[in-house]
Design a binder for this molecule. Structure first.
Ligand code: SF4
Ligand code: SF4
Length: 83
């Protein structure tokens, strides 16, 4: 069987999905009030603290502007050193 390995995968990078608030946010705060993890903070646009986000998607359904998107980001995941 032939398995294709992308250049990025060979380099040790992987793709990860995360929610992102994009331009068009009018800072109404609706998403912040519904987030069960309280990980959305004020800003222009509002910001999601990725380390706390559980990717439930509630903010997406709440945003009446439709400006919260699920995006794919490239992540370099170095393995921890074992001693
Ligand atoms: S609900 Fe939408 S427009 Fe309102 S603050 Fe959140 S992302 Fe911005
Ligand atoms: S996906 Fe869920 S946990 Fe993450 S920011 Fe939106 S409401 Fe909060």
């Amino acid at each position: 069987m032939l398995i294709e390995v992308s250049e990025k995968a060979r380099e040790g990078n992987s793709m990860r999905k995360q929610y992102k608030i994009t331009e068009g946010c009018v800072a109404c705060g609706a998403c912040k009030t519904i987030c069960p993890k309280h990980c959305i903070s004020k800003g222009n646009p509002y910001q999601i603290r990725q380390s706390q986000c559980i990717k439930c998607g509630l903010c997406v359904s709440r945003c009446w502007r439709g400006v919260i998107e699920l995006v794919e980001i490239e992540e370099n995941t170095p393995k921890p050193l074992k001693r």
